[in-house]
Design a protein around this ligand. Sequence first.
Ligand code: HEC
Length: 132
Amino acid sequence: MEHPIIRFISKWLPVIIFSLVLIMSWSSCYYDKEEELYPPVTQCDTSGVGYQATIVPLMKSYCNACHNSSSPSGGIATDNYQGLKVIALNGKLYGSIAHLSGYSPMPKGGNKLSDCDIKKVKVWIDAGSPEN
Ligand code: HEC
């Protein structure tokens, strides 16, 4: 006579294994969700875009070396609000960083800004290029 526990296990073992496989495959599906492992590259958070928070750091990184108040290339200064507002309003800021035809592509001699950074600048311009 088999021990009742052995009998119980041999009777239910296939079911136990089947359930484990089911649980594991379910959880692996869950963790392998494509969006979680590879967030879409198009994701660009433009909420909270503002002059101080977004534009000032961008200009500092990519533009101010050539366009500062003390020696403004092409008569353009990007290191202060008044100077930047001029090219934000006349379309040259967006035209130059988006490399639109008819504008001198910026940053001069450097890589084009990322699509997300360009989008942020556009959001700021479209909002009326506010100072805050
Ligand atoms: C390496 C120096 C350099 C950097 C960096 C640079 N610029 Fe310029 N930029 C120039 C010079 C020189 C001119 C004038 C000659 C010309 O238009 O190409 C100019 C011209 C411009 C113009 C006028 C373009 C037109 O079509 O009339 C704009 C607008 C401008 N820059 C914006 C920017 C912005 C915004 C950045 C940062 C993303 C930037 N620049 C980075 C050197 C630079």
